[in-house]
Design a protein around this ligand. Structure first.
Ligand code: SF4
Ligand code: SF4
Length: 591
């Protein structure tokens, strides 16, 4: 039976069919749907959200050592977080097969950088597989697990946004119950002390030689002969783009197994064609290795290394052809920068925080990063998950040490706090810092599309579980009870009063803003705590003095044309504009 699947759905199906029994991930675009699509196979596969990518990979490693086929999934920057266990598991090798899915984001559709994680395979010395469509995404999962078990290596399963989110037809198969391999205590293999590590490193180098032999022989790396005037070496989604541009006018070496590269096969291919191009997205990962091996080819001289590729870019770069596109009047396209939703609980807090002068606001990764956009402009930095708290601490210390009177406020979400914010808070307490930490608890992982996290009380597969209490956690790491504030971020007076008090303190302070994401399907616990009433706000045109202060909240439901008005379909009655209006021109309807 065939189904039309995205790459992420296909990877999930592949894991199911290949007999995987343990899966863990931290959500992150473009990888998130892999776990969401594995979760329903509850009877066969245990799947969970981990608090961060390092934990996800470590849990999968534990399952693999125990003998289960295991998969961990994350976005490219998540692999930076998981790099520590990856590099050592590359040494020890596996028991049950283990795949690490790295979902890269060329073009930065939803990421802070566009690193090319193929280098992680080379750097950590593990095998790597790169599918080019959904069918391969499914089939390659099984092959990757077989390679993992045969060659005793984790496999980096590298995909990109276009593979993850595009749909192609996929022939489904049956699940193969591979069972669990026997677990045998083996200290010399699994205890990575320096003495064992030295022995293991030798094995890793031997393994790489065997893997290169496999790479030269496997059909995962296949030649498609057509006209030999042009030869193209390519992998992943770039293969599809190259085929679209060149069709049968070129021959292809399509690489599906990309670490180690099949240098012998590449050389044979290169010898047969007149001109050789390497078409790959982002970095010259294949090209560099070919050139180092003395194989003449053309790559990044023509193909950009920045941003996502597409057939138009390739046609223009190599054939100097401008491909026809539909013409439109660009002036008519209204720019729509991303913005916090109407009624987003973060807006009220940011609106009040942005009024404070002489502060630095260190931000983090999540919906609330949009607090940096105008008109709120309530953020100075955004580096990576968790850095708001730790960078805030560093900045505060630097200001103090150098005699600069400036306070720092670190702003982080609930899921991100669990991910890696709590360690920054420990740093503040331990090193006697006094930056203010704000945890914007919207009761869910908002930005990636509402995944449960350790604070929500539910697991990925829908079971009720213990919900970590954020105030108690803060207390446990050493924040004094009187320095923990819990407020409703939609209450502007409470926000102002709390921010003022927090900034006056000379000890570590935590402000926790509690209100569910406006798009969240409320849980019974949410309804009990926050209610579930639908109200809206309206502008009384008579009273409106056209001062535009309400528009400064940045709410997309508010527009201005001589007088302010509020779009009823978008408004959820959060009240922030009503409180901001100095002329009482906004009223609440439907209470
Ligand atoms: S999805 Fe939720 S948290 Fe994100 S901007 Fe919208 S309301 Fe805010
Ligand atoms: S803040 Fe009040 S008075 Fe000013 S534009 Fe908005 S609705 Fe009108």
């Amino acid at each position: 039976m065939k189904e039309f699947l995205t790459g992420n759905e296909a990877i999930a199906r592949g894991a199911y069919e290949a007999g995987v029994t343990f899966v863990s991930a931290y959500p992150g675009t473009p990888s998130t749907e892999i776990l969401e699509n594995i979760a329903p196979y509850k009877e066969h596969v245990y799947a969970e959200w981990a608090p961060n990518e390092k934990v996800a990979l470590e849990a999968a490693i534990g399952a693999s050592i125990a003998g289960a086929r295991a998969l961990a999934a994350m976005k490219h920057v998540g692999v930076n977080v998981a790099a520590d266990p990856l590099f050592t598991y590359a040494y020890t090798g596996v028991n049950g097969g283990l795949i690490l899915v790295s979902a890269d984001d060329p073009g930065m559709h939803s990421s802070q950088n566009e690193q090319d994680n193929r280098y992680y395979a080379k750097f950590s010395k593990v095998a790597m597989i790169e599918p080019s469509d959904s069918q391969e995404a499914k089939d390659f999962v099984k092959i990757a697990l077989e390679i993992s078990e045969k060659y005793d290596t984790p496999v980096l399963f590298r995909v990109t946004t276009r593979i993850c989110h595009s749909k192609t037809l996929v022939e489904l198969g049956e699940r193969e119950e591979v069972g669990i391999k026997p677990y045998k205590k083996d200290i010399s293999k699994y205890v990575a002390t320096p003495a064992n590590g030295r022995v293991l490193h030798v094995k890793v180098e031997e393994r790489l030689k065997q893997l290169e032999k496999f790479s030269n022989e496997t059909e995962l790396n296949k030649i498609e002969w057509n006209d030999k005037k042009i030869g193209i070496v390519t992998s992943g989604i770039a293969y599809q783009y190259a085929k679209e541009v060149f069709g049968d006018t070129a021959s292809y070496l399509k690489l599906g197994f990309t670490h180690p590269l099949p240098m012998k096969k590449i050389e044979e291919f290169a010898n047969e064609v007149e001109v050789l191009y390497v078409i790959e997205e982002l970095e010259p990962y294949i090209e560099e290795q070919m050139k180092a091996a003395g194989i003449k080819c053309i790559g990044k001289e023509l193909i950009p290394r920045i941003g996502e590729l597409n057939p138009d870019i390739i046609a223009k770069a190599i054939l100097k052809e401008e491909r026809q596109t539909i013409q439109y009047d660009e002036a008519k396209i209204v720019g729509r920068p991303p913005t916090l939703c109407a009624g987003c609980p973060h807006r009220g807090f940011f609106y009040m925080l942005a009024k404070k002068k002489n502060i630095m606001i260190t931000g983090d990764i999540g919906c609330y990063t949009l607090g940096s956009a105008e008109p709120l402009s309530a953020m100075d930095t955004c580096i990576c998950m968790g850095a708001s708290v730790s960078a805030g601490h560093g900045a505060q210390k630097a200001f103090e040490f150098n005699g600069i009177d400036k306070k720092v406020v670190g702003v982080i979400g609930d899921s991100t706090f669990f991910h890696s914010g709590v360690t920054g808070l420990m740093d503040i307490v331990y090193n006697k810092g006094n930056a203010v930490t704000v945890i914007l608890d919207n009761r869910i992982t908002g930005m990636t599309g509402h995944q449960e996290n350790p604070g929500t009380g539910y697991t990925l597969q829908g079971d009720k579980t213990h919900a970590i209490n954020i105030p108690l956690l803060c207390e446990a790491v050493g924040i004094k009870k009187e320095n923990i504030y819990i407020i409703n971020p939609l209450d502007l007076d409470a926000c102002k009063k709390t921010i003022d008090e927090a900034l006056d303190k000379t000890e570590p302070v935590v402000i926790i803003t509690e209100w569910p994401c406006v798009l969240k399907k409320p849980s019974p616990e949410d309804i009990e705590k926050f209610g579930n009433k639908r109200t809206i706000c309206k502008v009384d045109e008579e009273k409106c003095k056209a001062c535009r202060i309400c528009t400064k909240t940045g709410c997309p439901a508010i527009s201005f044309d001589e007088k302010a008005s509020i779009n009823e379909d978008m408004c959820v009655g959060c009240d922030v504009c009503l409180q901001a209006c100095p002329f009482d021109a906004i009223e609440k309807v439907g209470e």
